[in-house]
Design a protein. Structure first.
Length: 135
């Protein structure tokens, strides 16, 4: 059983590194062309996988994002780390617009309700065709 564990670990590392190498965008590959890294990882499982993990991929993300990781535009592609919703001014502005729209709709509903209540009260004050018993 103990002899199988290192073989399985090596195989898992090799498969993971190979798939990672294949799916990594070309602009995040360092030191060698992507095709060269694929060949190195494929033909030299242990050394190639470790080399890919250490030196092959730019782990900090795309180079354009590293220049400005924070700020109001950080959530946009190529601008850095995304903002939390409560820190994003555009998101907060959209919430405010939504609240204003909901408040306007609520005022319209309240006005409609008042109008209907007044109509019903007006109908109650007028004598109907057969609503009241004759006395």
């Amino acid at each position: 059983m103990l002899r199988v564990v290192p073989v399985v670990a090596l195989l898992a590392l090799w498969v993971w590194a190979f798939i990672d190498c294949l799916t990594t965008p070309e602009d995040e590959v360092r030191h060698l062309p992507k095709v060269a890294w694929v060949i190195v990882v494929l033909f030299f499982p242990l050394v190639g996988s470790i080399a890919w993990l250490v030196a092959g991929r730019d782990r900090t993300g795309a180079r354009g994002r590293a220049a400005r990781p924070f700020g109001p535009t950080a959530g946009r592609p190529g601008q850095g780390r995304p903002l939390a919703p409560d820190d994003d001014p555009e998101f907060l502005a959209s919430l405010k617009r939504g609240n204003e729209q909901h408040e306007d709709l609520l005022k319209q509903w309240e006005a409609d309700l008042r109008r209907r209540e007044e109509e019903l009260r007006g109908d109650e004050d007028r004598p109907g065709d057969g609503d009241h018993p004759k006395g």
